[in-house]
Write a protein that binds this ligand. Structure first.
Ligand code: CIZ
Length: 298
């Protein structure tokens, strides 16, 4: 039996479902029941009938699934698959910001720990950040933790925004000169980048979008070539769903080591043992679900 067959067999026996983020390894995406961004996967988690969710992504994503689906057993095949961006802000720092700026609403990007979400007023994703900031009644906003997404939002709203200075090291490694060099080679290629990229890269883009937004844009666009400024994992899905188009990764350094920690071997082991589990403690969950529900209601 191949490892893929063993995983499929065990998945049925354990009444489990496998969810994978768009940045996962190709073989992990191929074994998954659903591939998507963190919000899509969290929404699916809340609706699945299976008892066990094998979440192939990073820690904050498994936590979000646990917040929205508290009755399910959420398994993250490698507990060390963390998110350095999420680690740039602590709940204590959010409390201090709120004390310093009492008239501001805290809008937290989904890339935050459950404890940080519990201290926030609204959650947003890269797919809806500008929409959420525009839609909420407050005119003054503290945006945490990603400075590049915060910059992107601030360009599209008149609201007053204080931006936390966090960033994603993987997106930060994509440089404007990488884009310029690829553009020289593929003159007709469109530059499509994630809003976590540095602002000098955002300024060179034809389209700025979340992973789900990039997938939608490429599908609907009539171009042939694309320079993609985000984590390498997305190119697997783009190539699979658009075999007639060509995709070039903006930088060979756009690889998230944490996303790559989830392997088929670890998925098999986690199905055998039903661990390691990610479970958000109930008092934190009760607080963290509120800003998520506020986002979903908008
Ligand atoms: O929300 C997500 O899944 C992240 C972190 C990025 C994206 O654009 O999908």
């Amino acid at each position: 039996m191949t490892i893929q067959e063993k995983i499929q067999k065990l998945k049925k026996e354990k009444n489990a479902i496998i969810l994978a983020h768009n940045y996962q390894l190709p073989e992990v995406q191929d074994i998954a029941d659903f591939v998507g961004d963190s919000l899509e996967l969290a929404r699916i988690s809340a609706q699945v009938k299976e008892e066990v969710i094998i979440f192939c992504g990073v820690h904050f994503m498994a936590e979000t699934a646990s917040i929205l689906a508290p009755d399910k057993k959420v398994i993250l095949p490698d507990l060390f698959a963390g998110c350095p961006l999420a680690n740039t802000i602590t709940p204590r720092e959010v409390k201090e910001l709120k004390e310093k700026y009492p008239n501001y609403a805290v809008v937290a990007y989904v890339n935050t720990s459950a404890e940080v979400k519990a201290e926030s007023d609204y959650i947003c994703t890269s797919a809806n950040a500008t929409f959420i900031v525009e839609k909420i009644p407050e005119e003054k906003v503290i945006f945490i933790p990603d400075r590049n997404l915060g910059y992107y939002v601030s360009k599209h709203t008149k609201k007053e925004i204080i931006i936390w200075n966090g960033f994603c090291p993987t997106h930060q490694r994509i440089l404007p000169q990488d884009i310029i060099a690829l553009k020289e080679k593929y003159k007709d290629a469109k530059v499509v980048v994630h809003p976590e990229c540095r602002k000098e890269v955002l300024d060179l883009a034809d389209k700025i979008a979340s992973t789900s937004g990039i997938i939608k844009f490429v599908k609907e666009d009539n171009g042939k070539r694309y320079i993609i400024g985000t984590e390498v994992g997305l190119l697997h899905r783009l190539r699979k769903e658009n075999p007639e188009k060509e995709f070039y990764l903006a930088s060979p350094l756009a690889i998230c080591p944490n996303m790559k920690k989830i392997t088929l071997d670890k998925i098999l082991t986690s199905l055998e043992n039903l661990e390691p589990e990610v479970k958000v403690e109930e008092s934190t969950r009760e607080k963290a679900i509120k800003p998520i529900e506020r986002m979903l209601s908008l």
